[in-house]
Design a protein around this ligand. Structure first.
Ligand code: CA
Length: 233
């Protein structure tokens, strides 16, 4: 079981690491919100223990950013005494539990065990927008009654757009998260654009409701084309 501990106070962080390791957990430490977010989004953890009071990016901000990225790992927040607003904001941001400082290690350990018992949420088996349906198990994609024939990469790009639906996806995000390339370069941008043209043709051609949209100068957006008049009614 891997635990990420995000805590800027070295003493507390080291004590947590020592205690958790003595219970056979594997512990990774981060001392800033930025490092914590980076580790949480690039490595697999079974639990994240996240201090709210961090220099720079707060624990609550890190948590919101994680949930926006669809990172659903259980998060146990550490909050200061009397900071009721922090706890409310933390739970609203998607925390699974919280513990008020100072706490006794056995209590933290019990909370960790409880979160692990609860387990990971059910995996998502399918993604939908309008009449576009993606089955993540059989890897079949349909629009209405039509089956769409996608290449493996087109499937990955469309899956990413579906997971981010309603939000603009930049070429940079696609390069990083789908192509796994950290540095953007022109040839890759061209490859991305070619894929988007093909995906748009396969998804939207022959349908009056368009789902794949280009946001000029920013990126792409997957959503059902809406009409202003419909929204105001
Ligand atoms: Ca702190």
């Amino acid at each position: 079981m891997r635990i990420l501990v995000v805590e800027d106070e070295r003493k507390v962080a080291n004590a947590l690491q020592e205690g958790l390791e003595s219970e056979s957990y594997s512990v990774t430490l981060a001392h800033t919100g930025e490092d914590g977010f980076f580790l949480a989004s690039t490595e697999e953890f079974d639990i994240v223990i996240l201090d709210i009071m961090l220099p720079g990016r707060s624990g609550t901000e890190v948590l919101s950013a994680m949930r926006k990225r669809n990172l659903r790992v259980p998060v146990l927040l550490l909050t200061a005494k009397d900071a009721v607003e922090d706890r409310v904001a933390g739970l609203d941001a998607g925390a699974d539990d919280y513990l008020v400082k100072p706490f006794a290690f056995p209590e933290l350990s019990a909370r960790v065990r409880a979160l692990l018992r609860r387990g990971k949420p059910e995996p998502v088996l399918s993604l939908n927008v309008e009449d576009l349906h993606m089955d993540l198990v059989s890897r079949k994609v349909t629009r209405g009654s039509q089956s769409l024939d996608l290449t493996a990469r087109e499937f990955e790009v469309l899956e990413y757009l579906l997971r981010q639906q309603g939000r603009v996806v930049s070429r940079e995000m696609l390069a990083r998260d789908v192509w796994k390339e950290t540095a953007r370069h022109t040839p890759l941008d061209n490859v991305i654009d070619v894929h988007m043209v093909r995906i748009r043709r396969k998804v939207d051609e022959g349908f009056s409701t368009k789902l794949v949209h280009t946001v000029r100068g920013v990126g792409f957006l997957l959503k059902a084309e809406s009409h202003e008049t419909d929204q105001s009614s």
